[in-house]
Design a binder for this molecule. Structure first.
Ligand SMILES: O=C(O)CCC(=O)C(=O)O
Ligand SMILES: [Fe+2]
Length: 556
Protein backbone atom coordinates (compact mmCIF):
# COMPACT_ATOMS: atom_id res chain seq x y z
CA UNK A 1 0.00 0.00 0.00
CA UNK A 2 1.05 3.51 -0.59
CA UNK A 3 1.69 5.63 2.41
CA UNK A 4 -1.06 7.99 3.40
CA UNK A 5 0.73 10.82 1.70
CA UNK A 6 1.36 9.05 -1.52
CA UNK A 7 -2.23 8.01 -1.78
CA UNK A 8 -3.68 11.42 -1.53
CA UNK A 9 -6.67 11.50 -3.71
CA UNK A 10 -5.89 12.26 -7.18
CA UNK A 11 -8.28 12.38 -10.00
CA UNK A 12 -7.76 12.09 -13.64
CA UNK A 13 -9.82 10.62 -16.27
CA UNK A 14 -8.88 7.36 -14.97
CA UNK A 15 -7.05 8.52 -12.07
CA UNK A 16 -7.25 9.59 -8.50
CA UNK A 17 -6.48 7.80 -5.51
CA UNK A 18 -7.26 5.72 -2.48
CA UNK A 19 -7.48 2.45 -0.48
CA UNK A 20 -7.70 -1.24 -1.11
CA UNK A 21 -9.73 -4.51 -0.92
CA UNK A 22 -10.79 -7.93 -1.75
CA UNK A 23 -13.29 -10.37 -2.99
CA UNK A 24 -13.62 -13.90 -3.33
CA UNK A 25 -16.25 -16.19 -4.28
CA UNK A 26 -19.24 -14.88 -6.10
CA UNK A 27 -22.23 -17.18 -5.80
CA UNK A 28 -22.81 -18.96 -9.06
CA UNK A 29 -25.39 -21.31 -10.41
CA UNK A 30 -23.14 -24.20 -9.63
CA UNK A 31 -22.78 -23.13 -6.04
CA UNK A 32 -24.05 -26.01 -3.94
CA UNK A 33 -24.79 -23.64 -1.10
CA UNK A 34 -27.46 -21.88 -3.02
CA UNK A 35 -30.93 -22.81 -1.87
CA UNK A 36 -34.10 -22.99 -3.94
CA UNK A 37 -36.30 -19.96 -4.16
CA UNK A 38 -38.12 -18.91 -1.06
CA UNK A 39 -41.81 -18.74 -0.46
CA UNK A 40 -41.52 -15.06 0.31
CA UNK A 41 -39.67 -14.49 -2.90
CA UNK A 42 -42.47 -16.18 -4.78
CA UNK A 43 -45.06 -14.05 -3.12
CA UNK A 44 -43.23 -11.03 -4.44
CA UNK A 45 -41.98 -11.94 -7.90
CA UNK A 46 -40.96 -8.35 -8.38
CA UNK A 47 -39.51 -6.20 -5.70
CA UNK A 48 -42.38 -4.62 -3.87
CA UNK A 49 -40.34 -2.42 -1.65
CA UNK A 50 -39.72 1.06 -2.81
CA UNK A 51 -36.56 2.89 -3.17
CA UNK A 52 -36.16 6.55 -2.65
CA UNK A 53 -33.93 7.69 -5.43
CA UNK A 54 -33.42 10.88 -7.34
CA UNK A 55 -35.85 12.74 -5.20
CA UNK A 56 -33.35 15.37 -4.34
CA UNK A 57 -33.71 14.35 -0.78
CA UNK A 58 -37.04 15.98 -0.25
CA UNK A 59 -38.17 16.41 3.27
CA UNK A 60 -41.06 17.75 5.20
CA UNK A 61 -41.39 21.43 5.62
CA UNK A 62 -42.01 21.27 9.31
CA UNK A 63 -38.58 20.27 10.35
CA UNK A 64 -37.96 19.70 13.97
CA UNK A 65 -35.48 21.89 15.63
CA UNK A 66 -32.22 20.52 16.83
CA UNK A 67 -33.39 21.11 20.37
CA UNK A 68 -36.31 18.79 19.98
CA UNK A 69 -34.12 15.88 19.00
CA UNK A 70 -33.92 13.42 21.78
CA UNK A 71 -30.40 12.28 21.61
CA UNK A 72 -28.11 10.70 24.06
CA UNK A 73 -24.80 12.18 24.94
CA UNK A 74 -21.90 11.59 22.63
CA UNK A 75 -21.37 7.93 22.13
CA UNK A 76 -19.40 6.08 19.55
CA UNK A 77 -20.87 4.15 16.67
CA UNK A 78 -19.72 1.11 18.56
CA UNK A 79 -22.00 2.12 21.39
CA UNK A 80 -24.85 2.60 19.01
CA UNK A 81 -24.54 -0.98 17.89
CA UNK A 82 -23.93 -2.31 21.35
CA UNK A 83 -26.96 -0.58 22.74
CA UNK A 84 -29.04 -2.23 20.13
CA UNK A 85 -27.32 -5.52 20.63
CA UNK A 86 -28.36 -5.64 24.23
CA UNK A 87 -31.88 -6.78 23.53
CA UNK A 88 -31.72 -8.22 20.05
CA UNK A 89 -32.73 -11.72 19.16
CA UNK A 90 -30.58 -14.55 17.94
CA UNK A 91 -31.78 -14.06 14.40
CA UNK A 92 -30.52 -10.51 14.19
CA UNK A 93 -27.21 -11.49 15.71
CA UNK A 94 -26.93 -14.29 13.14
CA UNK A 95 -27.50 -11.83 10.31
CA UNK A 96 -24.98 -9.38 11.72
CA UNK A 97 -22.37 -12.14 11.85
CA UNK A 98 -23.28 -13.33 8.38
CA UNK A 99 -22.91 -9.78 7.03
CA UNK A 100 -19.50 -9.48 8.63
CA UNK A 101 -18.29 -12.82 7.29
CA UNK A 102 -19.39 -11.80 3.81
CA UNK A 103 -17.19 -8.71 3.68
CA UNK A 104 -14.49 -10.49 1.73
CA UNK A 105 -16.74 -12.77 -0.28
CA UNK A 106 -17.48 -10.42 -3.11
CA UNK A 107 -15.49 -9.68 -6.20
CA UNK A 108 -14.25 -6.14 -6.71
CA UNK A 109 -12.28 -6.94 -9.87
CA UNK A 110 -12.22 -9.52 -12.61
CA UNK A 111 -10.18 -10.14 -15.70
CA UNK A 112 -9.53 -12.50 -18.55
CA UNK A 113 -8.17 -13.04 -22.00
CA UNK A 114 -9.47 -12.95 -25.56
CA UNK A 115 -7.51 -14.97 -28.12
CA UNK A 116 -6.64 -13.24 -31.35
CA UNK A 117 -6.99 -15.18 -34.54
CA UNK A 118 -5.96 -14.02 -37.99
CA UNK A 119 -9.08 -15.66 -39.34
CA UNK A 120 -12.04 -13.36 -39.03
CA UNK A 121 -15.22 -15.03 -37.85
CA UNK A 122 -18.50 -13.62 -39.00
CA UNK A 123 -20.54 -14.35 -35.85
CA UNK A 124 -18.19 -15.27 -33.09
CA UNK A 125 -19.84 -16.26 -29.83
CA UNK A 126 -18.84 -14.85 -26.50
CA UNK A 127 -15.16 -15.53 -26.35
CA UNK A 128 -13.69 -13.85 -23.39
CA UNK A 129 -12.46 -16.26 -20.80
CA UNK A 130 -12.81 -14.57 -17.48
CA UNK A 131 -10.67 -14.80 -14.43
CA UNK A 132 -12.90 -14.14 -11.51
CA UNK A 133 -11.42 -16.29 -8.89
CA UNK A 134 -9.74 -15.44 -5.66
CA UNK A 135 -7.21 -12.67 -5.72
CA UNK A 136 -4.27 -15.00 -5.49
CA UNK A 137 -5.31 -16.80 -8.63
CA UNK A 138 -6.09 -13.70 -10.60
CA UNK A 139 -3.58 -14.47 -13.24
CA UNK A 140 -4.57 -14.37 -16.83
CA UNK A 141 -2.25 -17.28 -17.41
CA UNK A 142 -4.84 -19.66 -16.05
CA UNK A 143 -7.30 -18.90 -18.81
CA UNK A 144 -8.72 -21.65 -20.94
CA UNK A 145 -9.02 -21.32 -24.67
CA UNK A 146 -12.45 -20.36 -25.88
CA UNK A 147 -14.57 -21.00 -28.89
CA UNK A 148 -14.32 -17.74 -30.77
CA UNK A 149 -11.53 -15.29 -31.41
CA UNK A 150 -10.99 -11.65 -32.00
CA UNK A 151 -9.53 -10.66 -35.36
CA UNK A 152 -6.25 -8.76 -35.13
CA UNK A 153 -6.78 -5.36 -33.54
CA UNK A 154 -6.29 -2.40 -35.84
CA UNK A 155 -5.45 1.00 -34.43
CA UNK A 156 -5.49 4.17 -36.54
CA UNK A 157 -4.73 7.66 -35.35
CA UNK A 158 -4.81 11.22 -36.61
CA UNK A 159 -1.28 12.42 -37.33
CA UNK A 160 -0.48 16.04 -36.51
CA UNK A 161 1.09 16.37 -39.93
CA UNK A 162 -1.81 15.82 -42.30
CA UNK A 163 0.49 14.88 -45.15
CA UNK A 164 1.52 11.72 -43.26
CA UNK A 165 0.51 8.72 -45.38
CA UNK A 166 -2.28 6.55 -43.93
CA UNK A 167 0.07 3.57 -43.98
CA UNK A 168 2.19 5.30 -41.31
CA UNK A 169 -0.75 6.03 -38.99
CA UNK A 170 -1.81 2.50 -38.40
CA UNK A 171 -0.77 -0.44 -36.22
CA UNK A 172 -2.05 -3.99 -36.27
CA UNK A 173 -1.83 -6.15 -33.13
CA UNK A 174 -0.23 -8.61 -32.84
CA UNK A 175 2.43 -6.60 -34.61
CA UNK A 176 2.56 -7.35 -38.32
CA UNK A 177 5.67 -6.72 -40.36
CA UNK A 178 3.82 -4.19 -42.47
CA UNK A 179 2.98 -1.88 -39.57
CA UNK A 180 5.36 -2.80 -36.73
CA UNK A 181 7.69 0.05 -37.62
CA UNK A 182 4.86 2.53 -37.08
CA UNK A 183 5.04 2.25 -33.29
CA UNK A 184 7.57 5.08 -33.24
CA UNK A 185 5.11 7.30 -35.12
CA UNK A 186 2.35 6.48 -32.65
CA UNK A 187 4.59 7.30 -29.70
CA UNK A 188 5.50 10.59 -31.33
CA UNK A 189 1.81 11.54 -31.54
CA UNK A 190 1.03 10.76 -27.92
CA UNK A 191 0.83 13.32 -25.14
CA UNK A 192 1.96 13.07 -21.54
CA UNK A 193 -0.77 11.46 -19.42
CA UNK A 194 -1.84 13.74 -16.62
CA UNK A 195 -3.83 12.83 -13.53
CA UNK A 196 -5.99 14.69 -11.04
CA UNK A 197 -4.61 16.02 -7.81
CA UNK A 198 -6.28 18.57 -5.60
CA UNK A 199 -8.86 19.19 -8.29
CA UNK A 200 -6.26 20.00 -10.93
CA UNK A 201 -4.79 18.13 -13.85
CA UNK A 202 -1.11 17.67 -13.18
CA UNK A 203 1.74 15.96 -14.93
CA UNK A 204 4.11 14.51 -12.37
CA UNK A 205 6.32 11.66 -13.53
CA UNK A 206 6.99 10.60 -9.98
CA UNK A 207 3.32 9.75 -9.72
CA UNK A 208 2.39 8.80 -13.24
CA UNK A 209 4.66 8.25 -16.18
CA UNK A 210 2.67 7.37 -19.25
CA UNK A 211 1.44 8.81 -22.49
CA UNK A 212 -2.09 9.08 -23.84
CA UNK A 213 -4.26 9.63 -26.88
CA UNK A 214 -7.79 10.97 -26.48
CA UNK A 215 -10.56 8.83 -28.01
CA UNK A 216 -11.39 11.46 -30.64
CA UNK A 217 -7.84 11.16 -31.96
CA UNK A 218 -7.81 7.45 -32.73
CA UNK A 219 -10.07 4.57 -33.75
CA UNK A 220 -10.01 0.82 -33.44
CA UNK A 221 -11.99 -2.22 -34.55
CA UNK A 222 -11.82 -3.65 -31.03
CA UNK A 223 -15.26 -3.87 -29.38
CA UNK A 224 -15.55 -4.93 -25.72
CA UNK A 225 -19.17 -6.02 -26.28
CA UNK A 226 -18.68 -8.41 -29.18
CA UNK A 227 -15.72 -10.05 -27.48
CA UNK A 228 -17.96 -10.96 -24.53
CA UNK A 229 -15.96 -8.88 -22.06
CA UNK A 230 -18.86 -6.63 -21.10
CA UNK A 231 -21.08 -9.67 -20.59
CA UNK A 232 -18.55 -11.15 -18.20
CA UNK A 233 -18.20 -7.91 -16.28
CA UNK A 234 -21.96 -7.68 -16.02
CA UNK A 235 -22.18 -11.20 -14.65
CA UNK A 236 -19.34 -10.83 -12.19
CA UNK A 237 -19.39 -7.22 -11.00
CA UNK A 238 -22.99 -6.21 -11.58
CA UNK A 239 -25.13 -9.21 -10.64
CA UNK A 240 -28.69 -8.36 -9.81
CA UNK A 241 -30.22 -10.96 -7.55
CA UNK A 242 -33.97 -11.22 -7.54
CA UNK A 243 -34.74 -8.71 -10.20
CA UNK A 244 -36.52 -9.32 -13.48
CA UNK A 245 -35.02 -6.37 -15.27
CA UNK A 246 -31.27 -6.47 -15.51
CA UNK A 247 -28.69 -3.85 -14.95
CA UNK A 248 -26.86 -3.16 -18.17
CA UNK A 249 -23.43 -1.69 -18.81
CA UNK A 250 -22.45 1.16 -21.06
CA UNK A 251 -18.74 1.09 -21.82
CA UNK A 252 -17.25 4.37 -22.97
CA UNK A 253 -13.81 4.44 -24.56
CA UNK A 254 -11.71 6.70 -22.40
CA UNK A 255 -8.04 6.68 -23.46
CA UNK A 256 -5.27 4.90 -25.29
CA UNK A 257 -2.32 4.73 -22.90
CA UNK A 258 1.28 3.63 -23.31
CA UNK A 259 3.50 2.85 -20.32
CA UNK A 260 7.06 2.52 -21.58
CA UNK A 261 10.04 0.82 -19.95
CA UNK A 262 12.14 1.34 -17.95
CA UNK A 263 9.96 3.51 -15.73
CA UNK A 264 6.40 3.86 -17.01
CA UNK A 265 4.03 3.52 -14.06
CA UNK A 266 0.96 4.91 -12.29
CA UNK A 267 0.95 5.03 -8.54
CA UNK A 268 -1.95 4.27 -6.25
CA UNK A 269 -5.19 6.07 -7.06
CA UNK A 270 -8.92 5.61 -7.63
CA UNK A 271 -10.57 6.57 -10.87
CA UNK A 272 -12.43 9.83 -10.85
CA UNK A 273 -16.11 9.18 -11.50
CA UNK A 274 -17.35 10.73 -14.75
CA UNK A 275 -20.99 10.55 -13.72
CA UNK A 276 -23.12 9.24 -10.90
CA UNK A 277 -23.82 6.09 -12.87
CA UNK A 278 -20.16 5.14 -13.24
CA UNK A 279 -19.35 2.04 -11.25
CA UNK A 280 -16.21 0.64 -12.85
CA UNK A 281 -13.24 0.85 -15.18
CA UNK A 282 -12.00 -1.54 -17.84
CA UNK A 283 -8.42 -1.87 -19.07
CA UNK A 284 -7.61 -3.90 -22.20
CA UNK A 285 -3.95 -4.66 -22.83
CA UNK A 286 -2.89 -5.06 -26.47
CA UNK A 287 -0.41 -7.80 -27.30
CA UNK A 288 2.91 -5.94 -27.26
CA UNK A 289 6.02 -7.33 -25.62
CA UNK A 290 6.94 -5.74 -22.29
CA UNK A 291 8.25 -6.62 -18.85
CA UNK A 292 6.72 -5.45 -15.57
CA UNK A 293 3.70 -3.18 -15.45
CA UNK A 294 1.39 -5.39 -13.38
CA UNK A 295 -1.91 -3.84 -12.38
CA UNK A 296 -2.83 -4.28 -8.72
CA UNK A 297 -6.35 -3.58 -7.46
CA UNK A 298 -7.17 -3.42 -3.74
CA UNK A 299 -10.27 -3.32 -1.57
CA UNK A 300 -10.67 -3.88 2.17
CA UNK A 301 -7.22 -5.34 2.53
CA UNK A 302 -7.54 -7.81 -0.35
CA UNK A 303 -5.46 -7.64 -3.50
CA UNK A 304 -5.98 -8.78 -7.07
CA UNK A 305 -3.05 -8.59 -9.43
CA UNK A 306 -3.13 -8.68 -13.22
CA UNK A 307 0.22 -9.29 -14.79
CA UNK A 308 0.18 -9.13 -18.57
CA UNK A 309 3.91 -9.05 -19.14
CA UNK A 310 4.64 -12.42 -20.68
CA UNK A 311 2.13 -13.12 -23.37
CA UNK A 312 1.32 -16.71 -24.11
CA UNK A 313 2.30 -18.25 -27.45
CA UNK A 314 -1.18 -17.67 -28.73
CA UNK A 315 -1.61 -13.92 -29.25
CA UNK A 316 -4.33 -12.59 -27.01
CA UNK A 317 -5.86 -9.52 -25.48
CA UNK A 318 -5.75 -9.40 -21.71
CA UNK A 319 -8.20 -7.35 -19.70
CA UNK A 320 -9.19 -6.37 -16.19
CA UNK A 321 -12.25 -4.58 -14.86
CA UNK A 322 -12.73 -3.25 -11.36
CA UNK A 323 -14.98 -1.05 -9.28
CA UNK A 324 -13.52 2.36 -9.88
CA UNK A 325 -13.63 3.37 -6.22
CA UNK A 326 -11.07 0.64 -5.51
CA UNK A 327 -7.50 1.76 -5.12
CA UNK A 328 -5.23 0.49 -7.90
CA UNK A 329 -1.81 1.07 -9.38
CA UNK A 330 0.35 0.12 -12.32
CA UNK A 331 3.79 -1.08 -11.25
CA UNK A 332 6.81 0.10 -13.23
CA UNK A 333 7.27 -1.29 -16.71
CA UNK A 334 10.86 -2.50 -16.94
CA UNK A 335 11.13 -2.76 -20.69
CA UNK A 336 9.02 -2.60 -23.80
CA UNK A 337 5.66 -0.90 -24.22
CA UNK A 338 2.50 -1.68 -22.28
CA UNK A 339 -0.28 -0.40 -24.54
CA UNK A 340 -3.82 -0.25 -23.19
CA UNK A 341 -7.31 0.86 -24.11
CA UNK A 342 -9.25 2.10 -21.08
CA UNK A 343 -13.03 2.39 -20.73
CA UNK A 344 -15.34 3.96 -18.18
CA UNK A 345 -18.19 1.65 -17.22
CA UNK A 346 -21.67 2.98 -16.42
CA UNK A 347 -24.66 1.09 -14.99
CA UNK A 348 -28.29 1.52 -15.85
CA UNK A 349 -31.45 -0.50 -15.46
CA UNK A 350 -32.67 -2.14 -18.62
CA UNK A 351 -36.32 -1.34 -19.15
CA UNK A 352 -36.67 -4.35 -21.43
CA UNK A 353 -37.31 -7.48 -19.42
CA UNK A 354 -35.55 -10.67 -20.22
CA UNK A 355 -37.46 -13.04 -22.48
CA UNK A 356 -38.27 -16.73 -22.57
CA UNK A 357 -36.46 -18.91 -20.13
CA UNK A 358 -34.70 -15.86 -18.80
CA UNK A 359 -37.99 -14.31 -17.87
CA UNK A 360 -38.33 -16.09 -14.57
CA UNK A 361 -37.35 -14.07 -11.61
CA UNK A 362 -34.03 -15.03 -10.25
CA UNK A 363 -34.78 -16.27 -6.78
CA UNK A 364 -31.36 -17.73 -6.30
CA UNK A 365 -30.44 -17.39 -2.68
CA UNK A 366 -27.13 -17.17 -0.97
CA UNK A 367 -26.70 -18.00 2.72
CA UNK A 368 -26.83 -14.27 3.37
CA UNK A 369 -30.18 -13.97 1.56
CA UNK A 370 -31.50 -16.75 3.73
CA UNK A 371 -30.37 -14.99 6.90
CA UNK A 372 -32.11 -11.82 5.79
CA UNK A 373 -35.25 -13.75 5.03
CA UNK A 374 -35.16 -15.58 8.36
CA UNK A 375 -34.86 -12.26 10.17
CA UNK A 376 -37.69 -10.59 8.28
CA UNK A 377 -39.90 -13.66 8.74
CA UNK A 378 -39.20 -13.79 12.47
CA UNK A 379 -42.37 -12.44 14.10
CA UNK A 380 -40.47 -11.52 17.24
CA UNK A 381 -38.17 -9.18 15.30
CA UNK A 382 -39.57 -5.66 15.00
CA UNK A 383 -43.06 -6.97 15.57
CA UNK A 384 -44.45 -3.46 15.30
CA UNK A 385 -42.25 -2.60 12.32
CA UNK A 386 -39.06 -0.60 12.37
CA UNK A 387 -35.81 0.31 10.65
CA UNK A 388 -32.61 -1.52 9.88
CA UNK A 389 -29.41 0.20 8.72
CA UNK A 390 -26.34 -0.96 6.78
CA UNK A 391 -23.09 0.91 6.19
CA UNK A 392 -22.02 0.26 2.60
CA UNK A 393 -18.76 -1.54 1.89
CA UNK A 394 -18.05 0.57 -1.20
CA UNK A 395 -18.26 4.25 -1.98
CA UNK A 396 -20.47 5.82 -4.66
CA UNK A 397 -20.31 8.95 -6.78
CA UNK A 398 -22.62 11.88 -6.18
CA UNK A 399 -22.62 15.47 -7.34
CA UNK A 400 -23.50 18.64 -5.53
CA UNK A 401 -27.24 18.28 -5.98
CA UNK A 402 -28.00 14.61 -6.51
CA UNK A 403 -27.26 11.52 -4.49
CA UNK A 404 -25.91 8.09 -5.33
CA UNK A 405 -27.67 5.70 -7.67
CA UNK A 406 -29.14 2.36 -6.68
CA UNK A 407 -28.13 0.84 -10.02
CA UNK A 408 -24.49 1.28 -9.17
CA UNK A 409 -24.61 -0.71 -5.91
CA UNK A 410 -21.63 -3.05 -5.69
CA UNK A 411 -21.06 -6.51 -4.23
CA UNK A 412 -22.42 -6.99 -0.72
CA UNK A 413 -24.20 -3.64 -0.82
CA UNK A 414 -26.50 -4.78 -3.63
CA UNK A 415 -27.14 -8.10 -1.92
CA UNK A 416 -28.32 -6.30 1.23
CA UNK A 417 -30.45 -3.89 -0.82
CA UNK A 418 -32.12 -6.58 -2.88
CA UNK A 419 -32.36 -9.03 0.01
CA UNK A 420 -34.65 -6.71 1.95
CA UNK A 421 -36.37 -5.16 -1.02
CA UNK A 422 -37.59 -8.43 -2.48
CA UNK A 423 -39.19 -9.28 0.86
CA UNK A 424 -41.34 -6.19 0.72
CA UNK A 425 -39.23 -3.89 2.84
CA UNK A 426 -38.62 -0.27 1.90
CA UNK A 427 -35.04 0.66 1.11
CA UNK A 428 -33.28 3.93 0.62
CA UNK A 429 -29.69 4.92 0.03
CA UNK A 430 -28.28 7.84 1.95
CA UNK A 431 -24.88 9.50 1.62
CA UNK A 432 -22.26 10.36 4.15
CA UNK A 433 -20.49 13.00 2.21
CA UNK A 434 -16.82 13.22 1.77
CA UNK A 435 -14.74 14.19 4.70
CA UNK A 436 -12.12 16.79 4.20
CA UNK A 437 -9.13 18.11 5.99
CA UNK A 438 -9.43 21.57 7.42
CA UNK A 439 -6.55 23.99 7.72
CA UNK A 440 -5.34 22.38 10.92
CA UNK A 441 -5.32 18.95 9.36
CA UNK A 442 -8.44 17.90 11.26
CA UNK A 443 -10.76 15.44 9.58
CA UNK A 444 -13.97 17.22 8.67
CA UNK A 445 -17.11 15.50 7.47
CA UNK A 446 -19.72 17.20 5.44
CA UNK A 447 -23.09 15.62 5.55
CA UNK A 448 -26.18 16.29 3.65
CA UNK A 449 -29.02 15.54 1.37
CA UNK A 450 -29.26 18.75 -0.57
CA UNK A 451 -25.51 19.11 -0.60
CA UNK A 452 -25.72 22.61 0.65
CA UNK A 453 -23.94 21.26 3.56
CA UNK A 454 -23.04 22.24 6.94
CA UNK A 455 -19.82 20.81 8.17
CA UNK A 456 -19.42 18.62 11.16
CA UNK A 457 -15.95 18.62 12.56
CA UNK A 458 -14.53 15.32 13.61
CA UNK A 459 -15.63 11.85 12.73
CA UNK A 460 -19.28 10.96 12.59
CA UNK A 461 -19.33 8.80 15.62
CA UNK A 462 -21.54 10.23 18.27
CA UNK A 463 -25.15 9.33 18.65
CA UNK A 464 -26.00 12.98 18.37
CA UNK A 465 -24.20 13.35 15.06
CA UNK A 466 -25.79 10.25 13.61
CA UNK A 467 -29.16 11.37 14.82
CA UNK A 468 -28.73 14.72 13.23
CA UNK A 469 -27.59 13.04 10.04
CA UNK A 470 -30.59 10.73 9.91
CA UNK A 471 -33.17 13.35 10.73
CA UNK A 472 -31.93 16.31 8.81
CA UNK A 473 -29.30 15.44 6.28
CA UNK A 474 -30.90 12.27 5.05
CA UNK A 475 -34.36 13.76 5.01
CA UNK A 476 -35.77 11.22 7.44
CA UNK A 477 -36.83 13.80 9.98
CA UNK A 478 -39.20 11.60 11.84
CA UNK A 479 -36.69 8.89 12.37
CA UNK A 480 -34.18 8.89 15.13
CA UNK A 481 -30.93 7.00 15.08
CA UNK A 482 -32.39 5.22 18.08
CA UNK A 483 -34.99 3.78 15.73
CA UNK A 484 -32.40 2.15 13.51
CA UNK A 485 -30.92 -1.27 14.17
CA UNK A 486 -27.54 -1.35 12.46
CA UNK A 487 -26.35 -4.55 10.82
CA UNK A 488 -22.73 -3.47 10.79
CA UNK A 489 -20.44 -0.74 11.94
CA UNK A 490 -18.77 1.90 9.86
CA UNK A 491 -15.34 0.36 9.47
CA UNK A 492 -11.96 1.88 9.83
CA UNK A 493 -11.44 1.02 6.20
CA UNK A 494 -14.52 3.00 5.31
CA UNK A 495 -13.27 6.01 7.17
CA UNK A 496 -9.89 5.69 5.53
CA UNK A 497 -11.46 5.43 2.13
CA UNK A 498 -13.55 8.48 2.70
CA UNK A 499 -10.52 10.27 3.97
CA UNK A 500 -8.58 9.56 0.84
CA UNK A 501 -11.37 10.80 -1.36
CA UNK A 502 -11.11 14.20 0.20
CA UNK A 503 -9.70 15.66 -2.98
CA UNK A 504 -11.47 14.63 -6.09
CA UNK A 505 -12.20 15.03 -9.78
CA UNK A 506 -10.08 17.11 -11.97
CA UNK A 507 -12.05 17.73 -15.08
CA UNK A 508 -15.27 19.49 -15.81
CA UNK A 509 -17.44 16.66 -14.60
CA UNK A 510 -19.58 18.67 -12.24
CA UNK A 511 -17.78 18.13 -8.96
CA UNK A 512 -18.40 14.43 -8.69
CA UNK A 513 -17.06 12.75 -5.61
CA UNK A 514 -17.28 9.38 -3.97
CA UNK A 515 -19.13 9.05 -0.72
CA UNK A 516 -19.73 6.36 1.82
CA UNK A 517 -23.45 5.55 2.10
CA UNK A 518 -25.92 3.90 4.41
CA UNK A 519 -28.83 1.75 3.32
CA UNK A 520 -31.88 2.32 5.49
CA UNK A 521 -34.49 -0.44 5.44
CA UNK A 522 -38.06 -0.02 6.59
CA UNK A 523 -39.41 -3.33 7.92
CA UNK A 524 -43.22 -3.63 8.00
CA UNK A 525 -45.02 -4.72 11.15
CA UNK A 526 -46.29 -8.24 11.79
CA UNK A 527 -50.01 -8.74 11.17
CA UNK A 528 -51.53 -12.15 11.78
CA UNK A 529 -48.15 -13.77 11.95
CA UNK A 530 -46.86 -12.28 8.68
CA UNK A 531 -45.24 -9.06 7.60
CA UNK A 532 -47.85 -6.58 6.49
CA UNK A 533 -47.47 -4.97 3.14
CA UNK A 534 -45.65 -1.72 3.41
CA UNK A 535 -48.24 0.98 3.15
CA UNK A 536 -46.20 3.74 4.59
CA UNK A 537 -42.56 4.30 4.12
CA UNK A 538 -40.21 7.16 4.37
CA UNK A 539 -42.06 8.51 1.40
CA UNK A 540 -43.22 12.09 1.67
CA UNK A 541 -46.74 11.18 0.46
CA UNK A 542 -47.21 8.89 3.36
CA UNK A 543 -46.30 11.35 6.00
CA UNK A 544 -48.48 11.52 9.02
CA UNK A 545 -49.22 14.80 10.62
CA UNK A 546 -46.60 16.09 12.91
CA UNK A 547 -49.00 16.01 15.84
CA UNK A 548 -49.73 12.37 15.24
CA UNK A 549 -46.17 11.39 15.05
CA UNK A 550 -45.81 10.48 18.66
CA UNK A 551 -48.81 8.17 18.42
CA UNK A 552 -48.35 6.70 14.99
CA UNK A 553 -45.26 5.17 13.59
CA UNK A 554 -44.56 5.57 9.89
CA UNK A 555 -45.49 2.01 9.01
CA UNK A 556 -48.98 2.19 10.50
O1 LIG B 1 -3.34 0.57 -17.24
C1 LIG B 1 -3.87 0.11 -16.25
O2 LIG B 1 -3.82 -1.08 -15.95
C2 LIG B 1 -4.65 1.01 -15.32
C3 LIG B 1 -4.59 2.44 -15.73
C4 LIG B 1 -5.33 3.32 -14.79
O3 LIG B 1 -5.46 3.04 -13.64
C5 LIG B 1 -5.94 4.54 -15.29
O4 LIG B 1 -5.78 4.88 -16.46
O5 LIG B 1 -6.62 5.22 -14.49
FE1 LIG C 1 -6.99 4.20 -12.78
Amino acid sequence: MESQDSSKPVGTGHSDLVPGTAPLRQPSEEDPQIAPSSSIGEQHPRPVGWSLQDEDYESWEDEESDESIESTADGTDQEILDDKDADIGDQLRALQHCVESNYKEFLFACGGTVPISPKHQEHPGPMSKEIASRPESASSKSSISTSGAQPPVTLRWDPKDESTPASQSKLIFPAEDTTAGNLKYLLAEMKPATFGRGGEDVYDESYRKASKLEPQDFSTNFCPYSTGIIGEISRLLLPDPGRADQRTIKAELYKLNVYTGPSGHFRSHVDTPRSRSQFGSLVVCLPVKHEGGALEVRHSGEVMKFDWASPSEQPELQWAAFYSDCEHEVFPVQSGHRITLTYNLYATFNSVQRLGSFNSVNNTQTPLDREIEALVEDPTFLTDGGYVGFHTTHTYPHNDSEGCLEETLKGLDMVIWRGFQRLGCGVCLRPVLEPDLDIDGELRFELGRTFELRAIYGEVESTYEWDSLVRHDWGLEHLSVEDIIWLNKPTLETKKAAFAYAVYGNQATGCLAYTVCSIIVSVPKIVEGKRASLETTFDVDAVVEEDDWENRSPWD
